[in-house]
Ligand binder design. Structure first.
Ligand code: GLU
Ligand code: ZN
Length: 294
């Protein structure tokens, strides 16, 4: 068993991170496995070396250990580009020049329902830049555009044939936000209607969380992805990318989220809950485990 913890160095680790890290660590140790650390620093604007350093300190203080060297996404630009090129070669991506305002404008156009479906990445992209299926995407005219996944193509490419099971599914060993567990089918309609053409390569960083996480989990040989329930829906995108890139799908273990006394999920901006602050106030690592119910 290989599990991992994949924080982004955009702020201090809080109790929610401690929970995720410890659950993954304990699971690996109980099974004679390995717990890997990965620094998700693709967003150079928001990631800072100070935060990365503090991640190592906090995790060590929590009593966790991990093999070196630690994978850092900023070192993996080449791997991400190779995957993007292969998806491009299959015409599964297309350039999108829409601004956020363009997308909202397109969505505001009068239409039946009124409300717009939102998926793991926010509102479902209205498809403005998606080429009609008989056209090849024109990457050359838009070298700096974001690249979106053509979900119609991607989901359709593996439509289940008679006698075969569903093309997209994953095994959930933890719980989704609605208690989902076991074999989770990801339906083609759901991919198209509720998730849509997600961005695979952002204009500013040339990749995306979804693409990077899928490639990194495969490269690190992760067998069990332990992470918060907030990423359960995103897993559906990850499964599609794994199929398209011929990568294995790990087992997923989504866990509960640590909330504050008002039931609000902890966020990095609530600096008051930084692990470092508890530490400075004299808390022990056992205190932290107790606080998060471990
Ligand atoms: N880097 C992500 C975060 O800090 C976690 C990614 C994952 O576990 O898949 O929220
Ligand atoms: Zn567009």
């Amino acid at each position: 068993m290989i599990t991992r913890f994949a924080p982004s160095p955009t702020g201090p680790l809080h109790l929610g991170h401690a929970y995720s890290a410890i659950v993954g660590f304990d699971m690996a140790m109980e099974n004679g496995g390995q717990w890997l650390l990965r620094i998700e620093d693709i967003d150079g604007q928001r990631c800072k070396p100070e935060w990365e350093k503090q991640i190592y300190e906090d995790l060590e203080w929590l009593g966790l250990w991990w093999p070196e060297p630690v994978m850092r996404q900023s070192d993996r630009v080449g791997a991400y580009q190779t995957a993007i090129d292969s998806l491009k070669a299959k015409s599964l991506l297309y350039p999108c020049t829409c601004t956020r305002a363009d997308i909202l404008h397109a969505l505001a156009a009068p239409q039946e329902g009124g409300s717009h479906p939102t998926g793991p990445d926010g509102v479902v992209y209205p498809g403005t830049c998606r080429p009609a299926y008989w056209f090849e995407p024109d990457f050359r005219s838009h070298p700096d555009a974001a690249l979106r996944l053509n979900m119609l193509q991607a989901a359709g490419a593996s439509e289940p044939r008679a006698g075969e099971g569903h093309a997209f599914w994953f095994q959930e060993d933890g719980h989704g936000p609605a208690g989902q567990r076991g074999f989770i089918d990801v339906l083609r309609r759901e991919l198209i209607d509720s998730i849509g053409d997600v961005v695979i390569a952002r204009r500013d960083i040339g990749t995306s969380y979804h693409l990077s996480v899928v490639l990194d989990d495969a490269t690190q040989g992760i067998t069990h992805v332990v992470r918060g329930q907030d990423l359960f829906e995103a897993t559906k995108i990850h499964v599609v990318l794994q199929r398209l890139l011929s990568l294995p799908t790990p087992i997923y273990h989504h866990h509960r989220l640590i909330r504050d006394e008002n039931g609000k999920r902890l966020a990095k901006r609530d600096g008051s809950r930084a692990i470092r602050l508890y530490r400075q106030e004299g808390a022990t690592r056992q205190d932290i485990r107790r606080m998060i119910g471990l």
